[in-house]
Every structure is written in C-alpha cells, then in structure tokens.
Write a protein that binds this ligand. Structure first.
Ligand code: PAF
Length: 307
C-alpha cells in the first residue's frame, strides 16, 4: 500500500516512520524546497522511541505541486489547515482514493464531506503522544490508540482495505461511530486547552487551583449541554470528572494550545471551542463561559502574533 502523508508534524512523522518500518511505500508531501532540504539534512525521519533509542527512516518526499497520483492520503496538519491541505492535492487523488483526516477539533471534517462528496473520506482521532525536537526528529512521548471511521456517505470499506497492516507500533482500530469519538475529544480539549493557554499553566493546575477547577466545571457543564442538544451523549460519567482525570493523568504536560501560544503559532480554538459555540448559537444554547474563552484565546493569539 502506498501512503502519502501531508503534514509532517509529530503525528505525521510517527506515521511515516511506522509505515516505512513496516515496509509500506510512504511519501511525505512537503510545502517547500526548504522543507525537502531539511529532510535531506536530517537524513530522513529520526524517530526516538520511549526507551530513548533513535532510528532513522529514509522516507521519500515530494512537493505539493508534484503530479504523481495519490491513492491513500493521510492529512495530519493542524485543524485550521485541513481544508487548504486537501484542496492543494485534490487534483492528484485517484477516483478510488482514501483520505484520512487526523487532527483535533470538529468542523473541517464536515466541510470536507460537503466539498468533496465523491471522495472516500475518513476521520481519525488519536491519543498517541509525540513532539518534535527538531524538524523531522520526532520523540514518542506515549503510546495511545488511533480510531478511524468513515465520514463520507460511501459504502464503508473493511479494515484491511484501509488500515495498513502491519503498522509498526501504531495501535489503530476502526470505529463505527467516529463522530462520537471526535465529539468526546473536542469536549476534553475544550475543557483543558483554553484555560491552560490563557493561564500559562500545566494541565495539572486545572486540578490544583480551585479557581481554575471551578471555571473548568462551568465549561464542562456548558459543553455537555451543547453536546446533548446535538444528540451526543459524551461519556458514561460527567465530562467534568473525565476532564479532571485527564488533567491529573497529564498533570505535567503543557496542552497543545498552550504550546501553540508559546511558539506563536495559530491555535485550534476555532475548531474546538469555536465549533461548540457555533453549535450553541444554532440551537439557542447559552454558553457564556465558552464564548468568553473563545474571545480571550483569539485576543491572546492576535496579541502574541503581532508582538
Ligand atoms: O490537546 C492536548 O493537549 C491534549 O489532547 C490533552 C488531552 C488536552 C492534554 O494535554
């Protein structure tokens, strides 16, 4: 199976390394000659596993404007780039192509289905942990699970038609209700990420600081109400309890949104809290705390990028 991967961040590099290691054809799609040069200088993807061992994987790479056909495409850009990434290679997709969208947030998946009704589109969510030490040097911080499910209206394929097997140390399963899994992830991200980004704190502070804990509780109540209005029954316990246990389990981590702020990158606030606030508006739900967080993160982002 030949996979093209668009988005060579930490998750894209893990996938590329693991597919390559499992003897699949892998091609990274890069946006510039400078990125091709960086990959060349790093001598492929350097993958550092949990036991600190490093391996180099000499994966292939090409530019977006290359015109070779694409049969299997994994897009793991940040959520705000999903649609432009898909559009940038749409002309290269074969008529039977599979496209997997693996990112945080909600909104782009639904937009992709509307824009490309003829495509076999899949959405994925992961609890794998990883970060980049340098371009194409990925450090595996934790082994989680990746769930993939079809989001287009086409006849679903079987597991073996899509999931490359074997797939290294990736733990991938098909999900019959991926939309629900994406909602659950968005709900957790909405509870943890904006508060940590605004307060410049590790996830654990949401449990140890009573003011933040109280705010997180209000955020969770609103998110649960919005989800229910959209027909999503999130977890088998209250969202607040789930958020507390995840904040505890990741107490020493900086959330992805805070990392984006620290590195002056755009955040995924529009695809997380913004998505929820849009649903709330449509359904006349009151979500003042989430709306406030949305505005505050947007303001912080603008202030930081213009500083
Ligand atoms: O986005 C993140 O940072 C993570 O998904 C989570 C679970 C909120 C913890 O850091």
């Amino acid at each position: 199976m030949h996979w093209h991967i668009l988005g060579a961040g930490a998750i894209g590099c893990i996938w590329a390394a693991q597919l390559y290691k499992s003897k699949h054809d892998v091609t990274l799609i890069l946006r510039s000659k400078e990125r091709l040069q960086q990959l060349c200088e790093s001598k492929g993807i350097i993958y550092q596993s949990l036991n600190a061992e490093s391996c180099a994987y000499n994966v292939g790479a090409e530019l977006v404007k290359n015109n070779t056909p694409i049969k299997n495409l994994l897009i793991c850009t940040k959520a705000y780039s999903t649609i432009s990434a898909l559009k940038s290679v749409a002309g290269r997709l074969t008529s039977d192509a599979n496209v997997v969208l693996l990112q945080n947030g909600l909104g782009p998946q639904q937009e992709a289905v509307k824009l490309f009704p003829e495509l076999s589109l899949w959405a994925a969510t992961t609890t794998d942990g990883a970060y980049l030490n340098a371009p194409f040097h990925v450090v595996r911080a934790g082994h989680g699970e990746t769930l993939i499910g079809m989001i287009s209206k086409k006849k679903p394929l079987t597991y073996n038609d899509l999931i490359p097997s074997p797939c290294g140390d990736l733990n991938i399963s098909l999900s019959a209700n991926i939309e629900h899994k994406l909602w659950c992830k968005v709900a957790i991200n909405a509870a943890i990420n904006p508060l940590t980004a605004l307060n410049n704190c590790k996830n654990g502070a949401l449990v140890s600081n009573t003011v933040l804990t109280k705010k997180m509780q209000t955020v969770c109540q609103e998110v649960e109400m919005i989800a229910a209005a959209c027909g999503q029954d999130l977890f088998d316990k209250p969202l607040y309890e789930m958020a507390i246990s995840i904040a505890n389990a990741t107490a020493e981590n900086y959330s992805s949104m805070l990392q984006d702020i620290k590195q002056k990158r755009p955040t995924e606030i529009e695809q997380i809290t913004g998505f929820l606030c849009k649903q709330a508006d449509k359904l006349n739900c009151n979500a003042p705390e989430n709306n406030l967080l949305l505005q505050q993160v947007k303001q912080l982002s603008t202030a930081i990028s213009s500083a």
